[in-house]
Design a protein around this ligand. Structure first.
Ligand code: SF4
Length: 63
């Protein structure tokens, strides 16, 4: 499973990082950075929560 970010859609709300700090970092302006595209084993729920939290549909999961 991969967690992918479309940075052109990211508006820096930072909401995705709260449920999944192990997967996503925020830069100094609050824009998301996915730590590693490949979701580690056990991180699937956090990845799905990050996708659901983004109001701009900037994150998606590819299985
Ligand atoms: S919630 Fe969406 S728009 Fe906000 S920082 Fe995360 S990816 Fe970007």
């Amino acid at each position: 499973m991969k967690l992918l970010l479309d940075s052109t859609r990211c508006q820096g709300y930072g909401l995705c990082q709260e449920p999944s700090p192990e997967l996503i970092d925020l830069d100094e302006w609050g824009y998301a950075r996915v730590r590693a595209a490949e979701v580690p084993s056990g991180g699937e729920d956090a990845a799905e929560a990050a996708v659901a939290a983004c109001p701009n549909s900037a994150l998606r999961l590819v299985k």
